[in-house]
Design a binder for this molecule. Structure first.
Ligand code: SF4
Length: 707
């Protein structure tokens, strides 16, 4: 390539979408910007179609460039009209004051997202606790990673999605993927699987659908959704019966195995086959391969985790990995495949209802004292833990619930379960403010909409699925009239009398985040922007100890010597299979499961507006087995209506033998009449993680019309 035109510059940054955080080089000057993949250690010059098309949206005609307010304040039937930032922010602050005066501090709520940078997530948590002094804050990661996080904290004393670098996946001789489909959700990650397969590694995929990942695997187990826990217990039963357990490892590095040993005795193979549908022979093949491999990894993801027993399901797979002596060995272990771009960092810095930065608990007096010291406030002024995401949304507009809500980087009208109920609750609010780049389905309902900067226009850090902290670098200026969320929070804090405590400078906020996290499990205190630049990312924990050669190198691989529990041992925990909250019956005879497709991302606010992605995935398609389609008189591309106890939604039929005949799959990237989450069940939350049952409910299917 020749020299760049005058005024044009290239910036190394990262994809705005998923947790792989692929490196890319963005060239910008005169818009439109262009991008190419970077040879970053994670994606090694790969990008998927979402990443390739990311720059398209920076100049999208539907981008919000000015704040919007209701033409008639307080009347959400009046149109949204453009306003100045001052007017919009004044309306937000007036609503906060009115609500807190009338209903108390906790009547103002905050809802964040796993796409926020670490700095924004940190600042949002601090804003809620210090500027608003409300307990009412949670975020959309509660619907994503909370079960795996809960299980990892319980078993290992620390939650980092993958406690090892991605390169370990390439080095493993066996990888078991449970409810994960990286070939569609993060294709560049398949390089690591391909590398392993080229060496002869066996990949085992556990998924009710024969996904692109399953098609490439050596063994595909196809359980009924919601039975992954029973399968894991069954595999451990076989391992015990066949003498495959690593008793020396169990004795030296774990506690609690005897109880688990007793518990899995009831999961004999033919019972597990009846519960899950996975043949006894396949169970045996999987567990023998795992146990005999010199290096083996078990990875769970949302398919296993988004259940009312999601935390216990992740624990069951951790139990299996521990019994086989995997965690802490190079090329081996248990991990979870994070979904959202900053799904890892988003849950570490205090935007969760029960947490403070550094993964500290808000209920812990020592944690409160430490963080309050960094924030310059009295620990007694910090609120107590608040409601989890769905409980918060379900409280909107109710007595004792949230009356004014500020939403950053989240489209709950599409992404929350039982979406019709959530839409109705949003309508009951006294006041809703939403910061976003487009008029999302949630922003459409707001009293005030604040236009935010997009990824390429802001600076900050993200933490990828390996726990590698990386730099999102500003490649171009945001359009006039657009502000980033750090600016927004600093402006609001200023109007609320706390401006002196809130910087809008990302590097300053990151340094403060480091101090707040020091001594916590997710310790960022030794990480600086400079180090991230020099080292192509730094893995936490990285405490600020030593200098020069002596400084802490970061921690790519965890648990090599000890786990992060008080006694250094991993904890087994006995867990039992429970039936899904909703089972098929005469009215709703099939199982509905939901998930993602390659060319869309999360609630689709961005990807549904991308012209090139729309060409690949223009319409939502529900997958049905040919036997079920025949029985219901449904042909390929026919319009079908899926109905559950909560609502109805229409899709085009994709008739495929890649799915079990008793299961229907619907993608969740669309809203309106094709909202998969209008169907999902939020009545039974996981008792530990508060995760709703996104992956299982009972559904009826009818043909509505032809293609
Ligand atoms: Fe972006 Fe994820 Fe695709 Fe990489 S895999 S380009 S991070 S969406």
């Amino acid at each position: 390539p020749g020299p760049l035109p005058t005024g044009t510059r290239s910036t190394e940054t990262h994809c705005p979408y998923c947790a792989l955080q692929c490196g890319m080089t963005l060239t910008a000057g005169d818009r439109p910007a262009t991008l190419v993949p970077a040879d970053f250690p994670v994606n090694r010059s790969g990008l998927c179609s979402k990443g390739w098309s990311a720059a398209e949206l920076l100049d999208h005609p539907e981008r919000l460039l000015r704040p919007l307010v209701r033409a008639v304040p307080g009347d959400r039937t009046s149109p949204l009209v453009e306003a100045s930032w001052d007017e919009a922010l004044d309306r937000v602050v007036e609503a906060i004051g009115r609500t807190q005066e009338r209903y108390g501090r906790d009547a103002v709520g905050c809802f964040g997202g796993g796409g926020l940078t670490n700095e924004q997530a940190y600042q949002f948590g601090k804003f809620a606790r210090v500027a608003l002094r409300t307990s009412a804050i949670d975020y959309n990661g509660r619907f994503c990673m909370s079960s795996a996080a809960g299980a990892a904290n319980r078993a290992f004393g620390l939650d980092r999605g993958m406690p090892f670098p991605l390169s370990d996946v390439a080095a493993a001789d066996v990888v078991v993927l449970v409810g994960s489909n990286p070939a569609d959700t993060m294709p560049p990650a398949m390089q690591y699987f391909d590398e392993g397969r080229a060496r002869g590694a066996l990949h085992v995929v556990v998924d009710p659908r024969r996904t692109a990942t399953a098609r490439n695997a050596g063994l595909h187990l196809q359980p009924l959704p919601g039975t992954d826990l029973a399968l894991a217990n069954g595999l451990l039963h076989v391992a015990l019966a066949e003498g495959l357990v690593d008793e020396a490892y169990v004795a030296a590095r774990t506690t609690g195995f005897d109880d688990v040993r007793a518990g899995v005795a009831a999961y004999w193979p033919d019972r597990v086959e009846r519960l899950t549908g996975v043949p006894v022979e396949d169970q045996r093949r999987a567990v023998f391969a795992l146990a005999r491999a010199p290096r083996a990894i078990v990875l769970t993801a949302r398919g296993a985790e988004q259940h009312r027993s999601g935390t216990d399901t992740a624990q069951a797979w951790i139990n299996l990995a521990l019994a086989l002596g995997l965690p802490g060995r190079p090329g081996s272990g248990w991990g979870t495949v994070t979904g959202q771009g900053n799904g890892q960092g988003g849950r570490e810095h205090g935007q969760k209802a029960d947490q403070l930065p550094g993964y500290r608990l808000l209920s812990d007096p020592a944690a409160r004292a430490h963080v309050a010291g960094v924030w310059g406030v009295d620990p007694g002024d910090l609120p107590q833990p608040g409601r989890s995401a769905f409980e918060l949304l379900d409280s909107l507009g109710t007595d004792g619930g949230v009356r004014t809500l500020l939403v950053l980087a989240s489209n709950v009208a599409v992404s929350a379960p039982d979406a019709r109920r959530v839409l109705s609750r949003l309508g009951d609010l006294d006041f809703l403010a939403v910061s976003d780049f487009f008029l999302s389905e949630t922003a459409e309902l707001a009293d005030v909409v604040l236009p935010s900067a997009m990824w390429a226009e802001e600076s900050g850090t993200m933490t990828n699925l390996e726990g590698r902290v990386i730099r999102r670098r500003r490649a171009l200026d945001p359009p006039v009239g657009v502000r980033d969320d750090l600016q927004l929070l600093a402006e609001l804090a200023g109007r609320l009398g706390a401006g002196h405590l809130f910087s809008a400078d990302p590097e300053t906020v990151f340094a403060e985040l480091g101090r707040a996290s020091a001594g916590g499990t997710a310790d960022y205190s030794g990480i600086t922007y400079r180090r991230i630049d020099d080292e192509q990312g730094v893995f936490w924990p990285c405490p600020a100890t030593g200098d020069g050669e002596e400084r802490h190198p970061g921690t790519p691989r965890l648990f090599t010597e000890r786990f992060a529990t008080p006694d250094g041992r991993a904890r087994f925990l006995r867990v039992e299979h429970v039936e899904a909250h909703e089972r098929p019956d005469a009215d709703y005879p099939y199982v509905l499961t939901t998930g993602r497709v390659l060319a869309q991302y999360q609630s689709g606010t961005q990807t549904r507006r991308s012209r090139s992605l729309q060409l690949i995935a223009p319409t939502p398609r529900a997958e049905l087995h040919p036997d079920l389609a025949r029985q219901l008189g449904i042909g390929p591309d026919d319009v079908v209506e899926l109905a559950t106890r909560r609502g109805r939604a229409r899709f085009h039929a994709a008739v495929t033998d890649a799915i079990r005949p008793d299961v229907v799959f619907a993608p969740f990237h669309w809203g309106g009449g094709s909202s998969a989450n209008a169907l999902t069940d939020a009545d039974a939350l996981d008792p530990t993680s508060k995760m709703p049952a996104f992956k299982v409910c009972a559904v009826a299917v009818v043909r509505i019309g032809g293609p």
